[in-house]
Design a protein around this ligand. Structure first.
Ligand code: SF4
Length: 394
């Protein structure tokens, strides 16, 4: 990839893309979880007014006049956006509506941690337009929640899910982490029982990876924890897949499960490769030809915005090869799959025989498509690299 670090993609030089999707990174957290290396700021008192003002400042600099087309999705991620509190979420949503109208039926997601969910907060979120809450539950094991340095306990997750429902939020997503290191034991029947007991519409399932400069990495360095083996990672992933599909969910993307009508529309936009705006520290954006990413240190982002600068940290213009590689990777991530070209049929046929892919019946006689099976998703990076290598020879 060609990379022009420090230089903003040529906004102004090229026609403004039609952004229909907006991501805001809200960096505040109550404390840092043991496995987390995200761009966050631990704050006891969250400066929500200053944050909303700075988001307004970044949007004004980046898009100027209100967006031409109404937004189809808005995603408040983090960090912990629910730490903004009822007033902070309302203020932030008001700022976002000034930058661009929200389409009727727009999907508006707020990531929330269970300890922040109160009847007053849910009512304020709903009034502000939030219609989807993604709840950071992660586990139903009290021991594991403590090990993760999470603030909430199991009861808080149950209470939060009930309040989100009672508050009229249309869609509830729950995050769960698997492949946690040994010697932490998981009772997977209890975990899945707890998860299904919340009656979520959507589940995001993440395998834990040990990132540098996190407490878990330090515990690993001194021999206190062992990463999950590849075999255990695969066993847990496949077992969870079976249980969730048995519970009425469709495994529609490598990490995501939805009940009918509850696929994440915002994330689906990423997987379809369409333009999206990203604001806030460390946020990424895509204008249809270039990617950009913001300064990740919260104070550096704040300073840049306060000084009227673009808080961009870097950008890259995608070459035709980049786009092809990305189309393969993104295509293989979801059940929508990928069209197979004639000279790939031998390779893909071997993957089908191995049980890593299945054909998708073609409609109207078009090119045949394939999609990964769960066993294929366990090999996603390798399969995407092999297919990209074939395509690069054209
Ligand atoms: S709440 Fe989320 S973003 Fe914040 S420290 Fe924990 S894992 Fe990281």
């Amino acid at each position: 990839m060609t990379r022009e670090v420090g230089e903003s993609p040529a906004e102004g030089d090229t026609p403004s893309p039609e952004y229909r999707h907006l991501y805001v990174h809200v960096p505040y957290c109550a404390r840092r979880c043991s496995y987390c290396d995200f761009a966050i700021a631990v704050r006891r008192v969250v400066p929500w007014e200053a944050f909303a003002r700075r988001v307004a400042g970044e949007l004004a600099r980046r898009v100027g006049a209100p967006l031409a087309a109404p937004l189809a999705t808005v995603y408040l991620g983090g960090g912990t956006p629910s730490r903004l509190g009822p007033d902070g979420v309302a203020a932030l949503c008001a700022v976002l509506r000034q930058a661009g109208a929200w389409a009727p039926g727009a999907e508006v997601t707020l990531e929330a941690n269970p300890e922040d969910v109160t009847p007053e907060a849910v009512a304020a979120w709903a009034r502000a337009g939030v219609n989807r809450v993604s709840l950071g539950v992660q586990s139903f094991s009290p021991v594991l929640l403590q090990w993760m340095h999470r603030v909430h306990d199991v009861e808080a997750s149950v209470r939060a899910a009930r309040l989100v429902r009672a508050g009229g939020i249309a869609s509830l997503s729950v995050d769960l982490i698997f492949a946690t290191p040994a010697p932490l034991a998981r009772d997977w029947e209890a975990e899945v029982g707890g998860l299904l007991g919340l009656e979520p519409d959507h589940v995001s399932l993440y395998g834990l990876t040990i990132e540098e400069r996190t407490p878990v990495a330090r515990w690993q360095a001194r021999g206190a924890v062992d990463p999950a083996s590849e075999e255990r990672y695969a066993d847990e992933f496949l077992w969870l897949h079976e249980r969730l599909e048995g519970g009425g969910f469709v495994h529609y993307e490598v990490s995501n499960y939805g009940r009918p009508g509850h696929r994440a529309r915002h994330n689906s936009a990423y997987w379809q490769g369409v333009p999206y705006l990203g604001v806030g520290p460390s946020a990424h954006g895509f204008d249809g030809s270039s990617r950009r990413w913001n300064l990740s240190a919260v104070t550096a982002w704040e300073r840049a915005v306060d000084e009227g600068q673009d808080p961009v940290a870097g950008s890259e213009r995608l070459t035709a090869g980049n786009r092809e590689a990305e189309a393969v990777y993104l295509g293989l991530r979801t059940v929508d799959g990928l069209p197979v070209r004639p000279d790939e049929e031998g390779l893909v046929g071997r993957w089908i025989a191995a049980g890593w892919m299945v054909p998708i019946p073609s409609v109207g006689g078009g090119a045949g498509r394939v999609r990964c099976t769960p066993e294929g998703w366990l090999r996603l990076d390798a399969l995407a690299a092999d297919l990209t290598a074939v395509r690069s020879r054209w």
